[in-house]
Design a protein around this ligand. Structure first.
Ligand code: FES
Length: 201
């Protein structure tokens, strides 16, 4: 169990909480609200990288969004520990930073699976069968939108128009957009994404 220390005001401590990192607990964010924790090496490395990204971008106009993009580009999501660092550098509050992260669907607060599969839910794709595809995809993967399969291979996300309306239903996997998707093609796609090819020399 990790040793954590939550300080709400200078000199006031509540010992014994775990999973602290830079997460807000039951008290609302306040100017002196600070979570102090013993971090493992990985977390320290993440913090170092976040510091570097934030420092390099914080002088840009409207720096918050470029910083969030930079962090998500690097890690694939916005780690919890980044929130406090960003707030400190931008002289903002963790609540404000967290509010922006949760407002934009693009930003992820959890580490995604190895592949992110996005299903288009916009009208043109719906007219071409996206609803049925959506039900099939959720059943096949055993997850809802925003969730990751148990083996962490695929995260399922909704998206609203990929500019590929004429050949919908459309699906995006990473940078690739695939049209005319139906349940059978979706199953083959999942098989491809979850099958490891062994090359024998
Ligand atoms: S509506 Fe699905 S790609 Fe445009």
């Amino acid at each position: 169990m990790r040793a954590c220390r939550v300080v709400t005001t200078p000199g006031q401590e509540r010992p014994g909480l775990t999973h602290c990192k830079w997460r807000w607990f039951d008290a609302p964010p306040a100017p002196f609200y600070k979570v102090d924790t013993v971090m493992d090496e990985t977390q320290a490395g993440v913090l170092d990288t976040v510091e570097t990204i934030v420092t390099s971008l914080k002088h840009k106009p409207g720096a918050l969004l470029p910083i969030l993009h930079g962090i998500q580009d690097h890690f694939g999501y916005i780690p919890d520990v980044a929130i406090g660092v960003i707030a400190r550098h931008l002289r903002s509050t963790a609540a404000d930073v967290h509010g922006v992260v949760s407002f934009y669907h693009y930003f992820r607060s959890e580490q995604p699976g190895r592949h992110v599969v996005e299903l288009c839910r916009a009208e043109a794709c719906q007219a071409r069968g996206a609803r049925a595809l959506e039900s099939h995809a959720k059943a096949r993967l055993g997850v809802d939108y925003g969730q990751t399969t148990a083996d962490r291979s695929i995260t399922l996300k909704p998206v609203y128009c990929l500019g590929n309306c004429a050949t919908g239903p459309s699906v995006r996997v990473g940078e690739q957009i695939k049209g005319r998707m139906d349940p059978a093609r979706f199953d083959r796609l999942v098989d491809d994404l979850t099958t490891y090819k062994l090359e024998l020399n």
